[in-house]
Design a protein around this ligand. Structure first.
Ligand code: CU
Length: 440
């Protein structure tokens, strides 16, 4: 029973179209692992393609996004979420999105009773952050995203009730919008908010939308000509909804059962020796004789096969790490060392670790961190946080209002694109470039 699984599965190369995909979720600056808790298009051949139609259910969580992934990531109420976008989901090359893809960004949220079975498509979505065109910086949101190495951060509104949530980052590329081809990119993060309000959030009707349905062909926001643009740009979708921080908004307090909050959600098992996407490798049972050894080897390779079969466009690096463990068991069996498993319970080295440094979220409506320049972003003001210390004046940028209209402002959630690191040079020492907060 010697065989190698990696030979069975070729990692499809692909995707040189310079589109983009949301691949990786970070919670409070900790990467959850490529693909973990992330609904993305699992078909490698078009994983980075835009959503084919504005009326498609794919608009909710991307193509194949109606299918839940196995794991849901826990996050404390008010946590910082960072969404990572890549041209090459497997990091084969760096880049967030082709520079020709200019347009706005947003993040939506939806509470789901059952993570596994509540449809993503349909009603219940509201916008927690957006940014369009920043006049003062002369940049679209996507341009700032590129400058931030594809990293976009928002704060979970502290007033959100505990429970299962889908968080949906969205990019819109407008380069062909005037020709009837607006290109949306999206995906969803499966998150279980913990320690928040109880009950269900009542989102006022004017802020609550269906996806698909919240934007239609012909709308000004998706027909906008960027060559040359005539501002202001009308943002797609509803205004950002500011979630009240108190429990006042938590309407029905009757159901506080934590069981319901857990509905359909499987958190990452604590006994994972290593994880790839939404697969987790668990230790092989003890054995003490020859048969047991070979059975253990086989069980290990079976897990490897499951790993390779489960991977999406982000790759299979950790499946290979797991497979090396299996090889170790096999080698021990051949050496007639029938006690095992070797290195029992030892966590395996994560081949995906990238040592990113994600800057703090800048508060309330601040858009993508626009470097240390004066570019400022959205109007919002009440930013806080260290990097913002100097920024006092508020709605300086006149355009904040003109361009993004309802962008951010006081409403939006803390948001910024963190000045992250290149997603590509995973093995290199990451640059320590850090883009501070927005200065006005
Ligand atoms: Cu594209």
């Amino acid at each position: 029973m010697k065989y190698s699984v990696s030979a069975l599965v070729g990692l499809s190369a692909a995707l040189a179209n310079a589109h983009t995909a949301f691949t990786t979720l970070h919670i409070n600056d900790v990467s959850q692992g490529d693909g973990t808790c992330v609904r993305m298009n699992m078909r490698p051949e078009n994983a980075t393609s835009p959503i084919p139609s504005l009326s498609s259910n794919d608009m909710a969580c991307g193509s194949t996004g109606e299918t839940a992934v196995a794991f849901t990531c826990p996050a404390p109420a008010g946590a910082k979420l960072t969404f990572e976008w890549r041209v090459w989901p497997n990091r084969e090359e760096p880049g967030a999105i082709d520079p020709g893809h200019k347009g706005p960004c947003a993040v939506y949220a939806k509470q789901v009773d059952d993570m596994a079975s509540t449809p993503a498509a349909g009603p219940g979505w509201f916008k927690i952050w957006e940014e369009g065109y920043d006049d003062s910086a002369g940049k679209w949101c996507t341009e700032k995203l590129i400058a931030a190495d594809g990293l976009m951060s928002v704060e979970i509104p502290p007033g959100l009730p505990s429970g299962n949530w889908l968080f949906r980052p969205e990019l819109l590329a407008l380069h062909n919008a005037d020709k009837g081809d607006p290109q949306f990119y999206t995906g969803c993060a499966q998150v279980q908010v913990q320690g928040g309000n109880s009950g269900t959030l009542d989102v006022p009707a004017e802020y609550s939308v269906s996806i698909p349905g919240y934007v239609k062909y012909g709308d000004a926001s998706v027909s906008f000509n960027i060559y040359p643009p005539v501002f202001p740009y009308p943002m797609p979708g509803p205004d950002v909804y500011t979630v009240p921080s108190s429990g006042a908004s938590a309407s029905s307090l009757s159901d506080t059962s934590s069981m319901k909050a857990l509905g359909g959600a499987t958190l990452i098992p604590s006994d994972c020796l290593i994880k790839e996407g939404n697969w987790c490798g668990v230790e092989i049972a003890d054995y003490s004789n020859e048969d047991g050894c070979w059975n253990a080897s086989e069980e290990c390779y079976n897990q490897a096969e499951t790993c390779y079969a489960s991977v999406g466009p982000t790759g299979n690096r950790n499946c290979k790490v797991w497979e090396a463990k299996c090889k170790g068991i096999q080698d021990a069996c051949n050496a007639k060392n029938f006690q095992g498993p070797p290195n029992k319970g030892q966590k395996l080295q994560d081949a995906e670790a990238m040592n990113l440094t994600l800057p703090a979220v800048n508060n309330l409506g601040v858009g993508l961190g626009s470097a240390n320049t004066n570019s400022g972003s959205q109007a919002s003001t009440e930013t806080s946080g260290a990097s913002m210390a100097t920024s006092t004046s508020a709605a300086t940028s006149s355009q904040a209002t003109s361009s993004g209209s309802q962008t951010g402002e006081t409403t939006a959630q803390k948001a910024t694109v963190s000045a992250g690191k290149s997603t590509s040079s995973c093995n290199k020492k990451m640059r320590r470039r850090r883009r501070g907060g927005v200065r006005k």
